[in-house]
Write a protein that binds this ligand. Structure first.
Ligand SMILES: *Cc1c(COP(=O)(O)O)cnc(C)c1O
Length: 217
């Protein structure tokens, strides 16, 4: 199937309440342009340099989402234009985003990444660290970041019951926080292999790459 057909078949199955991030990492601009031409405007990338090159060379009404693990020294290169940073996984990274956003006179929306997977290679906060950050007095003074929710990645496994359990735990944490933090609107969970389960478990934003653009090398 073509990129265009893949995109429309996914969009047809997504509930209206769920936002699609088309994950275009490693793919050429000509591929992204096909998705753009269908009217889609939200793209996700995991490398700052690659995303910035695409931002420079594509129409300016695209929302660029940084979905990958982010190093603090890279924030400055995208602070001017990035729409949403999904993988905020440390207080120091959040401080840097606030600093760089201030220089650009912007407020950058962020999601806090929560560690839900079994593998210890995946980044993210645990519940206790998350609450400590949200209640931190210094954090409360940050005017240039807006935390709009949580992001998580399930374990890479065939065991879909495990994946579902992990999504359920993230959703339950999100529901708890939603009551106390009015800016919490977004729960980013689900990729090509597991987004249907993620949506059943309450995802509001899915990050889909290979099911739209085909396999990556
Ligand atoms: C690459 C990536 C995706 C998309 O993965 P697919 O399996 O190709 O849909 C989603 N989220 C993150 C954080 C990624 O790095």
């Amino acid at each position: 199937m073509s990129i265009k057909e893949n995109l429309s078949s996914i969009l047809n199955t997504l509930p209206e309440s769920v936002t699609l991030v088309a994950v275009s990492k490693t793919k050429p601009i000509s591929d992204l342009q096909q998705v753009y031409d269908e009217g889609h405007r939200i793209f996700g990338e995991n490398r700052v340099q690659e995303m910035t090159e695409k931002w420079e060379n594509m129409p300016k009404d695209i929302e660029w989402h940084m979905i990958g693990h982010l190093q603090r020294n890279k924030v400055k290169y995208m602070a001017e234009y990035v729409s949403l940073i999904h993988g905020v996984d440390s207080p120091r990274l959040l401080a840097e985003i606030n600093k760089q956003a201030k220089k650009c006179k912007r407020t950058i929306s962020c999601l806090l990444q929560v560690h839900i997977a079994e593998e210890d290679t995946k980044f993210g906060f645990n519940e206790k660290e998350l609450l400590a950050l949200l209640e931190n007095e210094e954090f409360k003074t940050y005017k240039h970041v807006k935390i709009i929710g949580l992001m998580g990645m399930a374990t890479f496994t065939e065991d879909m019951n495990q994946v579902r359990r992990e999504f359920k735990s993230l959703k339950s944490l999100f529901s708890k926080l939603e009551n106390n933090y009015p800016n919490f609107t977004t729960l980013s969970m689900g990729m090509s292999g597991d987004y249907k389960i993620a949506i059943e478990e309450g995802s509001t934003m899915v990050r889909i790459g290979s099911s739209i653009f085909g396999k990556r090398n």
